[in-house]
Unconditional design. Structure first.
Length: 416
């Protein structure tokens, strides 16, 4: 049974157990990342929008993560990817700086780390993806040293450029896990930038570059996979598929991989290794009744409404939408959630649909980029009247200069 919207913007009540307090908001958004801020901005944008919206997120910083590949390749300043979380929270939204530890959708409420009970009429879940550093033995304790680096955190991304820029030759390994990850093409993008940099420094002949992936191919969409296969051939990059990184031995500089078809393990010596760590749904979501059998929020892939709790929506990385987990996908998902949520509140049918659109700007070198855009059926769904499967300087400019502006001033403001 869906609760009716409330007129007051916040209602505090004594907690039943005396350990906290009860708060009520009409719309509660869990997650203050790309999806959460975009949805909140759209819901509260304009004088006519009188919705009572709260965002629950404990972070003090907000990151533009799509630029971390460029940071790792020395082509973007790390400081420009971070802003204070308070600066991106929409003015009309309430920020509850706390972490969710438990969902109770049957009671239209959730529990926070600080002991609050937050009741809602409508819930939007977009808590991102969890990076499981510990799932690779020896990774966490050696990250940022002994030739081990990763673009997948603000704290470690600088170590990638440090390794690439000081590389003097030897074996450089770039990995991709079998799990779902942020932007499926990102692990190979830093590999291409490293190749370009080694060539610029005149040491490429002294380098062996290996891209080792837990997936079965370079890319899921044939049109773009074909051009990427030509890129690795041109660059002389070795590729190995269906191989999952399970451990790193920093003392001997060996990476241990498991063959996903045979189960056999093998080791590869390295001088530097860029690791894309395994990822998965946040634990507090996976353990909740909102999750599907794999731990992701279980929603209708077209309406983004939960399949069992109709007053719950989800989008972004923590949802089970069968598409790549990218900020570009959120740009198309957010309007669908907002329109359908408003329809539900008004008692109208849900008519907005999401076709699975996502985009992956595939950097293939400095000044070169293939702009992959596609839908649920892996069919190209391109924006520009050109062949986007070609490496283009113009698309590099889009990635480096225009998309950050679109993100900070457009998406997060609810304008696009």
């Amino acid at each position: 049974m869906i609760s009716k919207p409330v007129k007051n913007h916040q209602r505090d009540e004594p907690a039943m157990n005396g350990s906290g307090r009860v708060i009520h908001h009409q719309v509660v958004i869990v997650g203050g990342g790309t999806a959460g801020i975009t949805v909140a901005s759209k819901l509260t944008r304009g004088w006519s929008n009188q919705l009572d919206v709260a965002i629950v997120d404990p972070s003090d910083s907000h990151y533009y993560q799509p630029a971390w590949t460029l940071v790792g390749g020395g082509a973007f300043r790390m400081e420009k990817t971070r802003r204070d979380e308070a600066s991106v929270i929409p003015r009309k939204a309430k920020w509850i700086r706390d972490a969710v530890i438990k969902f109770e959708p049957q009671h239209n409420q959730l529990i926070t780390r600080d002991g609050k009970t937050i009741k809602y009429d409508y819930l939007v879940v977009c808590a991102g993806i969890q990076i499981n550093w510990d799932n690779v033995k020896g990774l966490k304790e050696n990250l940022g040293q002994a030739g081990v680096c990763s673009n997948y955190s603000f704290e470690s991304v600088g170590s990638t450029w440090d390794n690439i820029s000081h590389f003097e030759g030897g074996t450089a390994i770039f990995t991709q896990p079998v799990t779902g990850i942020k932007c499926g093409g990102a692990p190979q993008k830093i590999c291409y930038l490293a190749d370009d940099y080694f060539r610029q420094q005149g040491i490429r002949d002294q380098c062996r570059i290996i891209f080792i992936s837990g997936t079965g191919s370079l890319f899921a969409v044939e049109k773009y996979r074909k051009v990427l296969e030509q890129v690795v051939k041109r660059k002389g990059i070795e590729t190995r598929f269906n191989q999952s990184l399970v451990a790193i031995s920093a003392d001997t500089k060996e990476a241990i991989f498991r063959d996903l078809e045979t189960g056999e393990e093998s080791s590869v010596k390295y001088d530097m290794i860029h690791v894309t760590p395994p990822m998965g749904p946040p634990t507090f979501i996976a353990e909740s009744s909102l999750a599907d059998e794999n731990g992701w929020v279980d929603v209708n892939k077209n309406t983004l409404q939960h399949v069992r709790f109709p007053n719950v929506f989800a989008l972004g990385d923590s949802s089970n939408l069968p598409t790549s987990k990218t900020a570009a996908a959120i740009r198309k998902q957010a309007p669908t959630v907002v329109q359908n949520l408003k329809s539900l509140i008004a008692g109208k049918p849900l008519t907005a649909t999401y076709n699975g659109y996502t985009s992956c700007p595939l950097v293939t070198g400095y000044g070169k980029l293939v702009l992959a855009e596609f839908d649920y059926d892996k069919n190209p769904d391109e924006t520009f009247p050109i062949n986007q499967a070609q490496e283009r300087w113009s698309m590099w400019l889009l990635k480096k200069y225009l998309l950050p502006v679109l993100y900070w001033r457009g998406m997060l403001k609810g304008r696009v």
